[in-house]
Ligand binder design. Structure first.
Ligand code: NAD
Length: 518
């Protein structure tokens, strides 16, 4: 069953087009720094979303394999937690270099399995790489506190790793989201069981190999595969102490509940409906270009995609210009260097998205630009949806209430800024919001009164760099410590306090202390 120890990824070839693969290799799992072929009898086909050709099969890991992964992680933890912080930091430094060296390879695997354009896939890698870079310096956050609390007595507070932790990842950022966990696991001295999405597992496997190459000892970073049975194993395995989940509301609520009931720490980043308020005083061309990119880039499959445009007052008259910009976008296979957006992840996703567009029409909204039934000449079997703009939308319509997760922008008109803020605050989600304006006063009012956790002022997708944390709130987050940044470190560590008393050598102790000191 053993496939290989880590290879020199840079010298092996990999697909960079949508051509059908002759003999697509199965995806191995990764335990103890080895790539291993699963003994499972259940395999899940992974398709290139541009063609629907099978590009690999991913195993539903067996319970023996899952247990072996946790055994490896548990065994590795006892040494890894005692490895000096400098050594762990060096592994993070080397990982940064290796991700840079293998950037295109990672991006190509994302384009092939996830569908986004190659340039956008490079951006997916970059946003994860930045977390790895930040992890090299964030070790400062691991230092504790000391206080002399009485004569000759001091209390020290340490931040200690938790043990084996797990990450359950979504399909839409196959490199960035595993990299929210891998570098921080390394520097904090934990060990990791990572489950990538069963729809695009390869980037995680590459990253695990790079971590091993960077010096992470066997068992520190492990990758297992599958769907709900793998997740249930992770939720119920008592040796796994904490779970980082990113994905849909349905899976996230279930995971939060079951893992919490099992006494685990849990952080869950969930769905979103991100609004942008477009003010009449905005820089029109800058705003419309930013809105186009944020709504349709990555085919709208970003948790911070702009999915609702709130036109304030006369800006509803700018929509024809927005439509013209959206129409110019090229929809094609992600390896097409001219593509602006690629396909959505699956035929089912395409069907669901097109169904929501239809529901908008049925409920009285207007389809200003219709991306349904998009036909690509080069890729006739791909899951393409063209950029779509739906106007005259009202809360209560399905296309407003549900996360569409496709290249679809719904537009709601309001009269003024207050009405825009009220609308956005009534939405159950709290991932991101933006305002386009040239007025500082408007920007301030928006910032102060809006309830989303990530706010952009003339910034359409305000995802914070990893000096900060990913701070979605309300229905977009469950837990209390966010991903990456300082709170990412806090999530992965627990306090230990040590109180020490060194008496003066000549102290004679005569009290038998049976009471609490008063
Ligand atoms: P998903 O919930 O379908 O899958 C996420 C993970 O959960 C996968 O690993 C999957 O195998 C597992 N899973 C799915 N259903 C499960 C179930 N019933 N029981 C147990 N495990 C299950 O999500 P997705 O479609 O891969 O990703 C898209 C969603 O993720 C969108 O809702 C998007 O908004 C959200 N997302 C949020 C953020 C954020 O930071 N807030 C970032 C990226 C994606």
């Amino acid at each position: 069953t053993f496939v290989s120890t880590i290879v020199n990824l840079q010298t092996t070839s990999y697909p960079t087009s949508h051509a059908r693969l002759e003999n697509p290799p199965d995806t191995p799992y990764f335990v103890n720094n080895k790539l291993i072929k699963s003994k499972t009898t259940q395999w899940i086909d992974v398709h290139d979303p541009a063609t629907n050709f099978v590009v690999t099969r991913v195993p539903q890991s067996t319970s023996e394999e899952l247990t072996a992964a946790v055994n490896a992680a548990e065994t590795a933890f006892s040494d890894w937690k005692n490895t000096s912080i400098i050594t762990r930091q060096q592994v993070a430094f080397k990982l940064v270099g290796l991700i840079r060296d293998n950037w295109d390879r990672l991006a190509a695997s994302i384009t092939l399995q996830q569908g986004k354009t190659f340039q956008d896939a490079r951006g997916d890698v970059l946003r994860g790489l930045q977390v790895a870079e930040q992890a090299c310096s964030i070790v400062n956050e691991l230092s504790g506190q000391t206080l002399e609390v009485a004569k000759n007595m001091k209390t020290e507070m340490y931040r200690e790793p938790l043990g084996v932790v797990a990450a359950i990842c979504p399909f839409n950022f196959p490199a960035m989201i595993p990299l929210w966990s891998i570098p921080l696991t390394i520097v904090t001295g934990n060990t990791l069981i990572l489950k990538p999405s069963e729809r695009d597992p390869e980037a995680a496997i590459i990253l695990a190999q790079l971590a091993a190459k960077a010096g992470a000892p066997p068992g520190v970073i492990n990758v297992v595969h599958g769907t709900a049975p793998t997740v249930d194993f992770i939720l119920d395995e008592p040796r796994i102490k904490a779970i980082s989940f990113v994905g849909s509301d349905k899976a996230g609520k279930y995971i939060h509940q079951r893992a919490s009931a099992n006494g685990k720490r849990v952080q869950c980043n969930l769905g979103a409906k991100n609004h942008a308020a477009l003010m009449p005083d905005a820089n029109k061309s800058a705003a419309l270009n930013a809105i186009t990119g944020a709504a349709f880039g990555a085919a709208g499959q970003r948790c911070m995609a702009l999915s609702v445009l709130v036109t304030v007052g006369e800006t509803k008259d700018w929509l024809l210009e927005l439509k013209d910009l959206a129409k110019q976008l090229k929809v094609s296979g992600g390896f097409d260097s001219k593509a602006d957006l690629g396909p959505v992840i699956s035929p089912q996703a395409k069907q669901r998205i097109e169904g929501l567009i239809q529901s908008a029409e049925d409920e009285g909204a207007e389809i200003l630009l219709d991306g349904r039934n998009f036909q690509s000449v080069e890729f006739p079997n791909g899951n393409f949806v063209g950029p779509t703009i739906i106007t005259n939308v009202k809360p209560g319509m399905k296309c407003y209430d549900q996360e569409i997760f496709g290249p679809v922008l719904v537009v709601v008109n309001v009269d003024n800024l207050d009405a825009a803020i009220e609308l956005i605050n009534k939405n159950k989600y709290g991932n991101g919001s933006a305002v386009f304006t040239t007025s500082g006063a408007v920007g301030n009012k928006f910032q102060k009164n809006i309830q989303t956790g990530q706010v952009g002022i003339n910034v359409p997708i305000p995802v914070p760099l990893p000096m900060f944390s990913f701070t979605g709130n309300k229905g977009s987050f469950l837990g209390d410590l966010n991903f990456y940044g300082k709170t990412g470190i806090y999530f992965l560590t627990q306090y230990k306090t040590v109180t020490t008393h060194w008496r003066d050598e000549d102290t004679e102790v005569i009290d038998k202390a049976v009471n609490m000191p008063t």
